[in-house]
Design a binder for this molecule. Sequence first.
Ligand code: HEM
Ligand code: NAG
Ligand code: NAG
Length: 287
Amino acid sequence: MASSVLVFLLFLLFASSYAQLSSTFYAKSCPKALSTIKTAGCDASLLLDDTSSFTGEKTALPNVNSVRGFDVIDTIKTKVESACPGVVSCADILAVAARDSVVALGGKSWKIQLGRRDATTASRSKANSDIPRSTFSLSQLISSFSDKGLSAKEMVTLSGGHTIGQARCTIFRARIYNDTNINTAYATTLKSNCPSTGSDDSLAPIDTASPKVFDNSYYRNLVNSKGLLHSDQELYNNGSTDAQVISYRRKPSTFLSDFAVAMVKMGNISPLTGKSGQIRTDCRKIN
Ligand code: HEM
Ligand SMILES: *[C@@H]1O[C@H](CO)[C@@H](O)[C@H](O)[C@H]1NC(C)=O
Ligand SMILES: *[C@@H]1O[C@H](CO)[C@@H](O)[C@H](O)[C@H]1NC(C)=O
């Protein structure tokens, strides 16, 4: 199942009033909702077939904006709509698909709170202002999560989502050419597919050790100065969050259970519920 689903979930969640979500929201209206999402998601799991090393620009380029996530959600939505037309929101599908992806890749499960509705507007400027950047310093990362009610500890925990998935050369170029807190051999390897100009869309796994396993190796990488994004390495750069990184490196089970709890909390930030918003028919556009 698509690792990139997670990142869309993040966008969605950051964009979307503590309200009454419930784990049994679809029990009567669409009893097959959860199993349909899981099965359809697995059938669409082409992302698991990516190579674990650097993915070349040529093969990746046409897929960068489509196959890396949105198509998977479209496939799931189509199947859910045929089971229960107009009942299950895209927002809930994303939340469930993210959870199922984590579990499929070895992470710990959590109970999903359901009943989110889909937005009828979107704000580019809010996405730009509210979503943290990979160029952020530790204090900027802490404050962007704090603005959403998430603690510094939860920020470090949720950043562990970077144990899967990929990033583009254009995102990590400045880190591999200009940062000094990066393992030299690691930077050299990355430079071979991410020249100082060009190949902007070449992809590299964010977790160089085990890009398709939901484990604690993201934190091990940080201790070895092998964070791919500048923002990743900020979590272990002689600052206030070093101790938590070390603790997660030592105790994978603590990371996995903290991650599950933090995902529930992030998933409950300001959802549309009740009569707000709509149930989109096509996740890509409003009805
Ligand atoms: C701490 C602040 C965060 C920053 C600055 C950040 C930034 C980024 C960036 C720049 C990328 C690469 C995008 C690209 O190259 O197209 C990325 C990918 C990703 N992020 Fe984050 N992220 C953050 C938090 C999170 C959280 C909380 C999660 C999930 C719990 C997450 C999950 C992912 C995943 C799964 C990918 C890979 C997407 C793919 O392979 O298509 N990130 N992130
Ligand atoms: C690295 O820093 C130099 C000097 O500030 C700057 O000119 C250059 O554009 C930076 N390179 C990257 C890849 O960001
Ligand atoms: C952290 O501090 C140690 C000891 O003072 C130093 O050797 C190391 O270079 C520092 N690391 C970073 C990333 O600044």
